[in-house]
Write a protein that binds this ligand. Structure first.
Ligand SMILES: Nc1nc2c(ncn2[C@@H]2O[C@H](COP(=O)(O)OP(=O)(O)OP(=O)(O)O)[C@@H](O)[C@H]2O)c(=O)[nH]1
Ligand SMILES: [Mg+2]
Length: 214
């Protein structure tokens, strides 16, 4: 899919304040610092579209990015941010979980997991919660450029085993790097496949105008 336009169309603190839209939405969720905002910029091919930082907790609101005026990427605040007070964490859980459960046009949640780490209980618990709520989800292993390929493969294998042990069934699993753009094409193609098919106008056969030719 070619990206023709990408723009920030708004942000929200909770479901009620989200911009109204019927366009399909794809949300990026995961622990703070896992690379959600960076991946959104890579997909949209616009540096600085979503704000990124090496300090966890950069994204504090739900942000909406309209792509090609046809579909929307949603950047969510990260979970498990240690510096957040218990109260703030609970507030985050409430607003994000309500968004994920009740947003009508949400087509898929991408649960981002750091490929540098062995499967973490917090990530598995989150994915388990998505499945319990019947929210369609896929997994994206992020930052694959940061470790040797055999380590990425090893962590992926351990993750697959853990998913099987817990009976968790993601729609797809992608491996991505925002630095090298690995996985960008695969992810965009997959998203394109989820969009409503635009009826292509059938090309009429050209009529041979032989009677005009002398
Ligand atoms: N090498 C490398 N660094 C990455 C990649 N993706 C993200 N980063 C870095 O990781 C840090 C966090 O990236 P963000 O995109 O802000 O992460 P986030 O998940 O949006 O974080 P919060 O908004 O705080 O929840 C930044 O310093 C990024 O430059 C990647 O694929 N490769
Ligand atoms: Mg972010």
């Amino acid at each position: 899919m070619k990206i023709q336009s990408a723009r920030h169309i708004g942000c929200a603190t909770d479901l009620e304040s989200c911009p109204q839209s019927n366009l399909p939405e794809f949300a990026f969720v995961g622990r703070s610092n896992v690379g959600k905002s960076s991946l959104i910029n890579t997909l949209a091919d616009v540096k600085g579209l979503a704000k990124i930082s090496s300090t966890p907790g950069k994204t504090k609101l739900i942000h909406f990015f309209r792509i090609n005026d046809l579909w929307t990427l949603v950047d969510l605040p990260g979970y498990g941010f240690a510096k957040l007070s218990k109260e703030k964490q609970a507030e985050f859980n409430r607003s994000v979980s309500q968004f994920l459960n009740e947003r009508m046009n949400l087509k898929q949640v991408f649960a981002l997991i750091d490929s540098q780490l062995e499967p973490l209980q917090t990530d598995l618990a989150f994915v388990d919660w998505l499945q319990e709520c019947k929210i369609p989800f896929s997994i994206i292993l992020t930052k694959t450029d940061r470790s040797a390929e055999y380590k990425v493969a090893n962590h992926e294998e351990k993750l697959l085993r853990a998913l099987q042990d817990y009976g968790l069934r993601p729609t797809e699993i992608f491996k991505c790097s925002s630095k090298t753009k690995r996985g960008r094409g695969a992810l965009l193609n997959w998203i394109e496949g989820q969009l409503p098919k635009v009826q292509k106008k059938k090309k009429g056969k050209a009529i041979k105008l032989s009677w005009m030719q002398k």
